[in-house]
Design a protein around this ligand. Structure first.
Ligand SMILES: CC(C)(COP(=O)(O)OP(=O)(O)OC[C@H]1O[C@@H](n2cnc3c(N)ncnc32)[C@H](O)[C@@H]1OP(=O)(O)O)[C@@H](O)C(=O)NCCC(=O)NCCS
Length: 146
């Protein structure tokens, strides 16, 4: 959509704009906000914000905070319910994947709940496959190897 502006967060104060944003039963609560602030400081983190004028539309972040060597982790993605199913989530995730490629990584990882069908379908559409994660069994881990 041409009226949606995509930008990159340049400093950690901008993260505050995300607080308590929600979509389905997912929200940017204190735990998520603290995690976003912590991972923003890592080298090569990319925090993408989508807005329509001053209104929040969507957010997606990727960073190096994954335990396997040279993988990036898509830590958060959230699209405001008024903007679902317009290709915004797919666009943001694609931008994060492209960023990881440009940084010379091996691949990208992300995690989601067993019940989160929209996120599972989105990952599969972008070429991710399910990965047996020895460290996390409470949901599905997806990997995209370049
Ligand atoms: C998952 C989420 C980010 C998708 O965002 P979106 O902008 O609505 O998704 P898009 O319009 O880009 O859809 C791209 C693909 O995702 C899948 N998808 C998106 N919404 C879906 C839904 N409600 N049901 C099934 N598949 C869905 C489809 O494969 C879709 O491709 P298609 O349109 O060709 O069918 C959004 O539903 C969301 O914000 N969910 C709540 C937050 C969340 O769960 N984050 C992930 C935590 S791990």
């Amino acid at each position: 959509m041409s009226d949606i502006i995509y930008s990159t967060m340049k400093n950690s104060e901008e993260i505050e704009f995300l607080r308590d944003r929600r979509s389905f039963n997912y929200s940017f609560n204190k735990v998520t906000m603290d995690s976003l602030e912590k991972h923003f400081r890592l080298k090569d983190s990319l925090y993408l914000l989508a807005k329509k004028e001053e209104r929040f539309v969507a957010f997606c972040s990727i960073d190096r905070g994954w335990w396997e060597e040279n993988f990036f982790f898509i830590r958060e993605i959230l699209v405001d319910p008024d903007f679902h199913k317009r290709g915004i989530g797919e666009k943001l995730m694609s931008m994060c994947i492209e960023h990881a490629k440009n940084c010379g990584t091996v691949g990208v990882v992300t995690e989601t709940d067993f019940v989160n069908i929209p996120m599972q379908k989105l990952c599969e559409k972008l070429g991710f496959t399910k990965w047996e994660n020895p460290q996390w069994k409470e949901g599905i881990t997806y990997k995209l190897i370049f």
